[in-house]
Design a protein around this ligand. Structure first.
Ligand code: COA
Length: 297
């Protein structure tokens, strides 16, 4: 689909995207690049990074890849410094690196829980903290009057409760908290905007294939009216909105991009039945209010 944004809306900006070599992170890298930004992607797997950088370059995007694990502070520091050295400034940080797997809570080890907390929550904080020096108003390499922008990829799992994802629910709840707290502190002190996106099920992503394999969800989908699969494009367009001047007054929010899926509940009564019943029940309640003794009527 065509982008609704001007092709130069991010011209002159530099974006660093963790987990930018695949899935949603790669699509965000691609679309930020297509809209004028230079792109640095960070990831753990060299071959994935190389393939992603080649693909971005073939689209005419100025792109570079840096190997690193967001769980390691030295990696975060090195990749951010390398991005600065390469491009001369950093304007946008997207925290898209994440870990996930389905597991009943009773089978999850403390190390398994901690691993996802380390990637999603601690990793997000570490990247933000290390990038602050470059993103803040007047920071190193900044050539604009304002601060930069941070985007944290989250989820909707923790809005209620989610089966078999206690670790990710906890981790993403922390991510949302990081988003709000940094929006407050760094928005106030350094003119940095910090926002998030909570994607629903998105086609052709590692997340969907790991968390909603057909074997598990075909039945569930039949009962969830708003269970639709979105496109990576949906997330990338939301990302452009949030990190560009189009979203210049948006700070501290996590935008849910899921077609309303997290609100989904099985419809317990057919609509026609409710329409008929409602009038009958209303009439009955007016004739004989509940809790009022009939002697008083
Ligand atoms: N069920 C239960 N526990 C699991 C598990 C599963 N499916 N997969 C991993 N774990 C546990 C491991 O057993 C280990 O705990 P232990 O030491 O007590 O045994 C812990 O998690 C760490 O696993 P390990 O394989 O050493 O970690 P890793 O750093 O190599 O991989 C993951 C990290 C597990 C998060 C891996 O899935 C990953 O790299 N994911 C990135 C991509 C991704 O998930 N994308 C989807 C985003 S939505």
């Amino acid at each position: 689909m065509e982008s609704p944004f001007k092709a130069d809306i991010l011209k002159g900006k530099v974006g660093l995207i963790t987990g930018g070599g695949s899935g949603i992170g790669f699509e965000i890298s691609t679309q930020l690049g297509k809209h004028g930004a230079s792109i640095a992607i960070m990831g753990r797997r060299k071959h994935v990074l190389q393939a992603a950088v080649s693909a971005l370059q073939s689209l005419g995007i100025h792109a570079v890849g840096f190997e690193g694990d967001v769980r390691k502070q030295e990696d975060a520091k090195r990749v951010i410094e390398s991005t600065f050295k390469h491009f001369g400034h950093i304007d946008i940080l997207v925290n898209a690196a994440a870990g996930n797997f389905l597991v009943p809570a009773e089978d999850l080890s403390t190390n398994g829980f901690r691993t996802v907390m380390d990637i999603d929550s601690v990793g997000t904080f570490t990247m933000c903290r290390e990038a602050l020096e470059y993103l803040k108003k007047g920071g190193r390499g900044r050539n604009s009057q304002s601060g930069g922008s941070i985007l944290n990829i989250s989820a909707t799992l923790h809005y209620t409760a989610s089966w078999y994802q206690i670790h990710v629910s906890a981790a993403k709840a922390a991510v949302d908290s990081i988003t709000r707290n940094l929006a407050l502190e760094w928005g106030t002190d350094y003119d940095i905007r910090v926002n998030g996106i909570a994607p629903g099920p998105i086609a052709n992503t590692p997340g969907l294939s790991k968390l909603a394999p057909d074997e598990i969800t075909i039945k569930a989908r039949e009962h969830l009216p708003l269970y639709k699969i979105g496109d990576k494009w949906d997330i990338a367009m939301s990302a452009i909105y949030l990190v560009s001047d189009a979203g210049k007054f948006v700070n501290g929010t996590t935008l849910v991009v899921d077609g309303g899926h997290w609100l989904s509940h099985h419809r317990r009564l057919p609509k026609e039945e409710v329409k008929q019943l409602s009038r009958v029940v209303e009439k009955r309640s007016r004739e004989k209010p509940v809790g009022v003794p009939s002697s008083k009527l």
